[in-house]
Design a protein around this ligand. Structure first.
Ligand code: ARG
Length: 567
């Protein structure tokens, strides 16, 4: 729903004439597709029944009888719509004063005050490289977390590490046989991967190895010290690599709590499900039958007693509810796990948890790579660290060519390179697949992160050139041109875009809005001289430039992207 001072005033005008409640009018208000048709429009269909007249007749009558009182300057009927034109001077003043007053907080609100959101994102599996879907999850999750924080929610970001499962038994066998005790300090995830490969090669020749691996996993489950120590090493090696990547991305988690943590709790979880009469044994495994809901059964325990991914997710949800008492829990996980979450949420509901309905699976599509070199390396494995380093390197070359004098080139290259990847990931609707293309992502003139960053840096440079303090004591009547108004509108809409991004868990709404702000800014900039000879005019336009800079900065920050002041 749109709402602001102008809509409220229009609603009260319409209410006086039609008797329709103001809240309902506000809900119905629209923005015409072209601002030349008006700033806001009211569709007259709703009144048609009560008044027994065609909507366009009502629109025409109302346009003649409604008084144009400030801030409304003109009312026109266009078909079934009643279109309102508002006073641009008042509009400019309201928008610019608000941005200026709230600066870094412009876009924030307190709607979420006192409410808590838990977000489960990235969540890679130890002893394996962080995969592309863990990167997407990290970026989308981080942006959603910022969106909710901006709206005043208390947010807890959790990395639900995949650190439990029978495969760790295999790794232990491999490590004991072929690993190096001395070199383990310098082990990387690649070394652990090689051990896995070796295990599978050898197990083909020697089937006893599989049994040995199961024994080791049993030991781990039973808390055997040696098994625990080995597992801890694998975890440390993996976390070292993950942290390096998160640091490059500027992503921080409140907690790294892996699946292993819930392993002691699953016994009770399973018991509660049993007590509710939800479980039954099928082929020696314990399941919750979900056939009445059109889903395959949810497996709680395998016949060898080992618990499963789903069981640990159910236990984790119970634990998080107890610990955080969340109002909403968001899982940012790829679309291929849709069924898994539907099952988990259903089981929670059947267990009688009313908060089960506050759990949301925010799914997303694949990220593919246009560059054949990246996508063919060992199937689809892209070493993310290489990807990020290459982005920074490429950004550096571009900056070197564009602005060789720039100070802090390395820092700026980091911000631009990483920004390009984040923005590329967040600019398509999340459930769409994205195709990553270097030339597109790093194009300073495309719909990219570097384009938004570059526009921001240009505004900073105009402000530096102006050299005087920005003030809101300007003649707002000077900010009435079409291009100026269109730009102002996109600044005014920014807070409502954040609200919608939260509602739909959709960071692309923000990235796309920033692109729109940039094009509106460029249109304004190409038509009007900011540093005009007329001092009064320059002062007013500089205020607009500063507000635009602020909106770009705030928007990029929510997406997890830095906004360098020079580039
Ligand atoms: N580790 C899982 C994977 O890589 C993702 C975990 C997502 N979070 C969760 N609570 N299940 O597929």
């Amino acid at each position: 729903m749109l709402t602001n001072y102008f809509i409220t005033r229009i609603a009260s005008l319409l209410n006086e004439k039609t008797g329709l409640p103001e809240a309902e009018i506000e809900k119905l208000m629209e923005v015409p597709p072209d601002f030349k048709m008006g700033d806001y429009a009211f569709p007259c269909y709703t009144l048609s029944k009560a008044l027994k007249k065609a909507p366009n007749v009502i629109a025409s009558e109302l346009s003649k009888t409604l008084p144009s009182v400030s801030p409304v300057v003109e009312i026109r009927d266009i078909g079934p719509y009643l279109n309102f034109f508002i006073d641009r001077t008042i509009f400019a003043e309201m928008v610019l004063k608000k941005v200026c007053e709230e600066h870094d907080c412009y876009g924030s609100s307190s709607t979420g005050a006192g409410k808590r959101v838990v977000i489960d994102y990235s969540s890679p599996n130890i002893a394996k490289h962080l995969a592309v879907h863990h990167l997407r999850s990290a970026l989308i999750g981080n942006a959603i977390l910022h969106v909710y924080k901006t709206l005043g929610y208390t947010c807890t970001g959790i990395n639900h590490l995949g650190d439990w499962g029978t495969q760790f038994g295999q790794l232990m066998v491999a490590y004991k046989r072929w690993g190096s005790e001395d070199a383990y300090q310098s082990y990387t995830v690649t070394d652990l991967n090689n051990l896995y490969v070796k295990f599978h090669q050898e197990a083909e020749k020697n089937p006893l190895l599989e049994g040995e691996a199961r024994e080791w996993f049993k030991k781990l489950e039973a808390g055997d010290q040696e098994a625990r120590d080995l597992w801890q090493r694998f975890k440390d090696i993996s976390l070292r690599e993950f942290q390096k990547i998160y640091e490059m991305l500027g992503i921080h988690f409140d907690a790294f709590v892996g699946e292993s943590f819930y392993n002691t709790m699953v016994v009770d979880t399973v018991m509660r499900a049993k007590e509710k009469g939800l479980t039954r044994v099928s082929e020696e495994a314990l399941i919750v039958d979900l056939e009445p809901y059109g889903m395959p059964p949810c497996l709680l325990r395998k016949k060898d007693d080992a618990t499963l991914y789903a069981t640990r997710d159910i236990a984790a949800a119970e634990y998080r509810q107890k610990t955080y008492n969340f109002d909403k829990m968001i899982y940012v996980v790829g679309s291929e796990q849709k069924l898994h979450f539907k099952q988990v949420f259903k089981v929670l509901e059947l267990m009688g948890y009313e908060w089960g309905s506050h759990c949301v699976h925010v799914d997303f599509g694949l990220m593919k790579f246009k560059d054949a070199k990246m996508s063919t390396r060992k199937g689809t494995v892209v070493l993310l660290e290489d990807l990020l380093s290459e982005a920074i390197e490429r950004a550096k070359q571009i900056i070197e060519a564009k602005n060789p004098q720039l100070e802090n080139k390395d820092t700026v290259a980091r911000h631009v390179g990483i920004g390009a990847i984040i923005f590329a990931d967040l600019s398509a609707k999340r459930n769409k697949d994205v195709v990553f293309d270097w030339n597109e992502a790093l194009n300073f003139d495309g719909e990219t992160g570097p384009y938004v960053q570059y526009t921001h840096a240009r505004l900073c440079s105009i402000l530096r050139k102006y050299g005087k303090a920005v003030t809101t004591r300007v003649d707002f009547g000077l900010l009435k041109e079409d291009e100026t108004t269109v730009l102002l509108k996109s600044l005014e809409q920014f807070p409502s875009v954040i609200v919608r991004a939260a509602e739909f868990y959709e960071p692309s709404l923000i990235s796309n809005h920033l692109i729109a702000v940039c094009s509106n800014l460029n249109r304004f900039y190409n038509t009007h001289r900011v540093l005009a000879d007329d001092e009064e005019l320059a002062r007013a336009r500089i205020l607009l430039v500063d507000a635009t800079r602020q909106v770009l900065k705030n928007g990029l920050k929510i997406l997890g992207i830095n906004a360098p002041g020079q580039m």
